[in-house]
Design a protein around this ligand. Structure first.
Ligand SMILES: N[C@@H](CCC(=O)N[C@@H](CS)C(=O)NCC(=O)O)C(=O)O
Length: 319
């Protein structure tokens, strides 16, 4: 775990001291946009763009779900990093699923960042959207990347479906904002807190939001009614990791998703949507969290549970 400072890698844990024990996530720095009208340096083209992902990471997972839903598997290529993020950060060491870097033959993801900016200072995160033609980073913010995948390739053979429809922009943005703060990032704020007060605050906001979401989803199939949207994709990648990882590793243990009837049915419903189960790799998810965060789990022991019932009927089609 570390970061780049003026292009040099430093192995160091998150600094929570400057924020009274709170984990504060940094803004992603590469924010270029793929366009269909030639208004950026990154025109939409088939087989030009590439994703660097970790199957463990909920932010990167969003991009794989959107890529699957939009049928972009033949339009956007992918490299999967090794699940362990250790002293050199994310690496391209192969395992049964992770592969070598197909673009620059790098050993570590930070080399992709320094290729783009030799003086880069900041964290080296997945996902990264890469332009194979110019050998440049387009964007390293999952929220932006899923928006691009949602529409930029629609004239190049993408599957139909709009997960950010114009009429729902403000409702989706509003949901994303509090779900990001209290749930997607909330679990990290709980898990990486280094004071009791910071942890207490994060956990209480997290479960208040989960209670609200469970209530909302008890009368409607998806967050905004009967149509799956970007907001559901963003929530899904946190919920799927919740019981196996966040409950114990990040101490989010007031309840499990399995204890929420609507949320657990909703989780199964999305999991069973065509193409999505294939994006879920529990082995990488568990290995990554339990074995990379050595200050939280120094023994690196991976808990055996829980049992999963993700293929059980969800009963939500009639909502
Ligand atoms: N805001 C970013 C966050 C991405 C992120 O933090 N990814 C984690 C993996 S779950 C990471 O790569 N962390 C490495 C680090 O912080 O050093 C996004 O949504 O794309």
């Amino acid at each position: 775990m570390g970061l780049l400072i003026n292009g040099t890698w430093h192995d160091q844990w998150y600094d929570t001291k400057t924020h009274e024990g709170e984990f504060v996530r940094n803004e992603s720095q590469f924010r270029h946009w793929i366009t269909t009208d030639g208004s950026s340096d990154f025109p939409a083209e088939a087989d030009r763009y590439h994703l660097y992902v970790s199957l463990a990471c909920p932010w990167a997972h969003r991009t794989l779900v959107m890529r699957a839903l939009k049928g972009l598997q033949n339009i956007i290529t992918v490299d999967i990093v090794h699940p362990l993020m250790l002293e050199n950060g994310w690496s391209f060491k192969k395992d049964s699923v992770a592969n070598a870097d197909s673009q620059l033959s790098a050993n570590y993801l930070y080399q992709i960042y320094t290729h783009e900016d030799p003086d880069y200072s900041g964290r080296v995160t997945v996902p990264v959207l890469w332009d194979k033609k110019q050998q440049r980073i387009v964007n390293n913010e999952s929220a932006d990347i899923i928006r691009m995948l949602n529409s930029a390739f629609d004239n190049l053979g993408a599957t139909k479906g709009d997960y950010y429809p114009l009429a729902l922009h403000s409702q989706i943005d509003e949901l994303n904002s509090w779900i990001y703060d209290t749930v997607n990032n909330g679990v990290y704020k709980a898990g990486f807190a280094t004071t009791q007060a910071a942890y207490d605050g994060a956990v209480s906001a997290l479960f208040k939001s989960l209670d609200n979401l469970n209530e909302r989803l008890s009368t409607q199939r998806y967050l905004l009614g009967d149509q799956m949207s970007e907001a559901d994709i963003r929530l899904f990648t946190t919920l799927i990791r919740f019981d196996p990882v966040y409950v114990s590793h990040f101490k989010c243990d007031l309840k499990r998703i399995a204890d929420y009837p609507a949320l657990s049915g909703y989780l199964r419903d999305i999991y069973q949507t065509a193409g999505i189960a294939e994006t879920v790799e529990f082995d990488h998810i568990k290995q990554h969290y339990y074995c990379s965060h050595t200050m939280i789990n120094p023994t690196g022991i991976i808990p055996v549970g829980p049992a999963y019932y993700l293929n059980a009927p969800h009963g939500r089609a009639s909502l």
